[in-house]
Each structure stands twice: as structure tokens, then as C-alpha cells.
Design a protein around this ligand. Sequence first.
Ligand code: NDP
Length: 318
Amino acid sequence: MANEKVKVLIIGSGPAGFTAAVYAARAGMKPVLYQGGQPGGQLTITTDVENYPGYPEGVMGPQMMVDFQKQAERFGTDIRSGMVTGVDFSGWPHKVTVDNKTEIEAEAVIISTGASAKWLGLESEQRLNGKGVSACAVCDGFFFRGQDVAIVGAGDTAAEEATYLSKLVNKVYMLVRRDEMRASKIMQQRVANSPNIEVLWNTETVEVLGDEEVSGVRLKDTVTGEERELDVQGFFVAIGHKPNTDIFKDYLDMDEAGYIKTIPGTSKTNIPGVFATGDAQDKIYRQAVTAAGSGCMGALDAEKFIAEKEVELQEAAL
Ligand code: NDP
């Protein structure tokens, strides 16, 4: 295996990772950042970001991530494509394996791996994935122009994506499993103001129908237990996210959902020199701006850790 030594290794390229990179690079720590499977992270599959301070007119998610990357590069971050496939935090320096072949030793590791979309777990959903089933309205809505689609979920993501789809397609059925939505009032208002969105309350998905492509969906009324079929050509899933933290589970303390535990008010994990930032450790706020803020904390904590470690090593050498 190839071997390389770095001071600060950042895993992930969303707002947390790039902000950590800006701070670490400006502090002269020559950070190396691995982009992971979705360069730019979740914001690359979003449209308008209207709530990031500093953009009074809003900004498109993908453009914002291009800007984040440029800022990180400007100060000398070494940005690489590649997926971290394993870690060994049993000693120090920490060992990180990339693409199952490159081993890197890092004095500090900043985890900014974010979260990924959740699925319902139906066989038909998996079989028809990419053939009419999607977890990203912004990526795939275009393919269903003028057609009828369904979207599952009742949070801000589902409301936002339903509204986005309503501008492209003929009709959007929003499948809500309870008799209320957890989306914020403003997002619910946007759904209510879209004449071609129909909310189906107390509705569960039993099966996505179709052989080679989606032709409909079988639904169940959770109150009466009655089942019925609905003709749709697209089926979108927007039911939340799972943190991308599986590769760390042998070493890091996590909650039952897999969010990495950090010492409150810091980005420190239970392993000295390993810091967690962004959605990988935040199940409450999950915003670009909070992720960026925690990325900053990760870099400042890493800088302090490395400085203290250097003093420790010098004293040990005397
Ligand atoms: P949430 O966890 O907020 O919502 C998930 C939704 O999916 C819930 O309504 C839940 O139903 C439903 N759901 C979960 N599992 C199933 C299932 N098996 N079948 C049917 N429905 C299911 O996730 P979001 O991705 O919507 O939002 C995550 C965070 O990001 C939130 O904090 C949100 O506010 C924020 N966000 C903010 C935006 C903005 O401000 N512009 C845009 C997008 C997200 P139930 O309610 O019954 O549990």
C-alpha cells in the first residue's frame, strides 16, 4: 500500500469540509481533502438556497459549492477525488485508507462526511431505482415534465421538492403517512399555494408498480386499511437522511442513528485528534450554515490539537 503523511486530513466536501479546509489552509496546515462519492455534498442536489447569510438574492446550491471549493483552493487545500474506505484510529498518527489502496497517516482527521437520503426499503423501490424512482427531485424532476408523479415525505425536503416538481410536471401527489406535516409553516404554505399538488393524508406506500419503468403506486390508507392504485410515472422519496458514518463505527461513539457524538461545544470525538463536523454529527440543525460553522470548529480544534501534540513530542524528546 502507498503511504503518505499529512498534518490534517479532511473527509468530505460539503459546507463543513470546505470550511474546515479554508481555516486549516489559512493556518498553514496544508490540509488534504478527499471529496467522497458526492463531490460538493447534498447542496449539489438542491436548487435555490435562500437562507445562507451573505446572499441577499439567494444562490443555487451547486454554485455555492463551487464557490466554497474555490475559496478552499485559494489558500492551498489539496483537494482530491477519492472515497475513504477504512480508518484505523487505534494509535497515532491516525490511519486512513482511500479507495481501498492508498494509506495515509494524519496527525488530525476532520470528518465531514455528511448524510445520505433514506429509502422506504421496498423491493419494488430498489428494482425501479433510476427507472422512475428517485431520491432527488432536483436531479431527476426534469425527466417527468408534463407527467404525474408522487413524492413521499412530509418534512421540509419533501415540501420543497414537491413545490419544485409542481413547476415541471402536470400533477404532484404528496404522500403523507400521518394527518399532519412536520415541514415548517412557510414550506407548507408553498405546498398549499401550488394548485397542482394534492396532499394524500394518512397514506402509506405498499408497492411501486411497473416492470421496466414506474407506471403507478399502490397505496394504503392508514386509518381504514383500504388499498388503491394511483397512476404515476415518477416516484420520489424524501423521507430524511442517514449519516455517512459506518466506516467509523469501530472507533467513535455514536448515537443509535449513527450520528457521531462530540463533546458539547467542540468538534472533539472520543478519540483525540479525530474531529466530527457537519451533518455526520448533527441530527438537529442540519443546515449549510451550521455545517460550515462546525467545519470551522473542526479546523480550530485540529490546529490546537496539533500544536499541543508538537509540544508534547518535544518535551518527550528532551
Ligand atoms: P425530516 O426528518 O424533517 O422529515 C422526514 C419526513 O419523512 C417526515 O415527515 C417523516 O414522517 C417522513 N417519513 C420518514 N420515514 C417515512 C416512511 N417510511 N414513510 C413515509 N414517510 C416517512 O427530513 P427532511 O429531509 O425533510 O429535513 C431534514 C432537516 O433539514 C430538517 O431539519 C429540515 O427543517 C431541514 N431542511 C430545511 C430546508 C430549508 O429550510 N429550506 C429544506 C430541506 C430541509 P413523520 O413526520 O410522520 O415522521
